[in-house]
Write a protein that binds this ligand. Structure first.
Ligand code: SF4
Ligand code: SF4
Length: 380
């Protein structure tokens, strides 16, 4: 797992998505002083290359001056090591000035869109779609790469075909995220996607992807196939993220990941104190994360997918139970469903009666529809 530091310039956000679990109205904005402290902290904390992802809340609320100063401070302050950047934003506040800075530092953008306008605005609020698309046009005009994440909820999963077709017709890459229980509202489960429905959705997308190979990219399916093929996790959910991923909140507080930012019980230290790895290891949050890793070793010990699943996301497992480790990530059901499906299909393709070692047949004798091996061998 490469070293990854998420910077959370604020937990504030101008949108008001129904299922939001991470924004805070009165959140402060990170100062440039804090960015300077991040640089000083990292100079001694770890020497390897680092990817910084700006996340929120809505990170563009920090404004153009913040990015104009922060990017060179981080890139030059930590040279000669390789520094990469990324940002997760709803794009509402993207201006040509900010886009120019991002183009200079080659910052890929992750944004959020839940599918066609009507469906998106029902979940994320009226006017959301237009504001995001306006920012998307600015990003495109500056040559920036934008990938959208779709949050599938208990409602939108009923429209999975419309959502898939929306991405297909627009020529956009599809990346998805299951809606998690919102810890803020009175009814946390209202929009959350049931794990079994999530598993069914992944299998449905696998089929749709194979039917439409070459016309669309479904990132999650690529990643899941690669996990099975290489026997190693390819995204944070499927590796032991603890120790390689950290997040820094608006006040310089250090957390295990952006998902914990704003929860005082998960603060591991503060960049202003320049903690070492050994210092962070003294914190309760660090100990809890590592306890989760040990729990996964025993709880998932007999699961055939353990090497490339690793019990899923510790946040999903720990936070809804108030910091008590009672079970692995509740999406285990979905992970098992899709990993079993991929494994069965690859076995069928390689050794089954239908496939009978298809991969070893000459090109002219191969079945015309691409199979799962083509996804496994795909470069991602
Ligand atoms: S806590 Fe979850 S979201 Fe955060 S880095 Fe770990 S696996 Fe990823
Ligand atoms: S699929 Fe479930 S049991 Fe298997 S490793 Fe993942 S979380 Fe653990």
């Amino acid at each position: 797992m490469p070293f990854h530091v998420m910077l959370i310039p604020t937990l504030g956000c101008p949108a008001n998505c129904n299922y939001c679990w991470s924004s805070e109205e009165k959140s402060p904005i990170m100062s440039i002083e804090t960015i300077k402290e991040v640089v000083e902290w990292l100079k001694v904390f770890r020497q390897d290359s680092v990817t910084f992802t700006f996340h929120g809340g809505e990170p563009l609320l920090a404004g153009v001056d913040f990015y104009r100063e922060a990017l060179p401070l981080l890139a030059e302050g930590l040279s000669p090591r390789n520094i990469a950047f990324a940002i997760q934003t709803n794009l509402w506040k993207l201006t040509p000035e900010i886009a120019e800075i991002f183009a200079r530092y080659d910052v890929p953008i992750g944004s959020s869109l839940d599918g066609p306008q009507e469906l998106n605005d029902l979940q994320r609020g009226k006017g959301y779609y237009e504001k995001t698309m306006k920012g998307y046009e600015i990003a495109k005009a500056h040559g920036l790469t934008v990938r959208f994440i779709t949050t599938f909820t208990s409602h939108s999963v009923k429209f999975r075909e419309d959502i898939f077709n929306f991405y297909l017709e627009k020529g956009l890459t599809l990346k998805l995220h299951p809606c998690l229980p919102s810890l803020k509202g009175d009814n946390p489960e209202k929009w959350a996607l049931d794990p079994e429905k999530y598993g069914e959705l992944l299998i449905y997308l696998l089929d749709k992807y194979l039917e439409n190979m070459g016309k669309i990219e479904v990132m999650n399916i690529d990643q899941l196939c690669k996990c099975v093929f290489t026997g190693r996790g390819t995204v944070c959910t499927y590796v032991d993220c603890m120790g390689d991923t950290f997040a820094v909140g608006p006040d310089g507080g250090i957390y295990p990941c952006y998902r914990f930012v704003g929860m005082p019980e998960y603060v591991m230290g503060n960049v202003y104190d320049r903690p070492t790895m050994a210092d962070l290891a003294q914190s309760d949050a660090w100990k809890l994360m590592h306890k989760y890793k040990e729990f996964v070793d025993s709880e998932c010990g007999k699961c055939s997918h353990i090497k490339y699943c690793r019990g899923g996301c510790p946040y999903n497992a720990i936070v809804p139970t108030d910091g008590e480790i009672k079970a692995v990530d509740p999406h285990c059901v979905a992970y098992k469903m899709i990993f079993d499906e991929i494994t069965d299909r690859v076995n069928q393709e390689m050794f089954g009666s239908a496939g009978s070692m298809d991969m070893f047949l000459p090109q002219t004798m191969k079945p015309s529809r691409p199979g799962i091996m083509s996804l496994m061998l795909k470069k991602i």
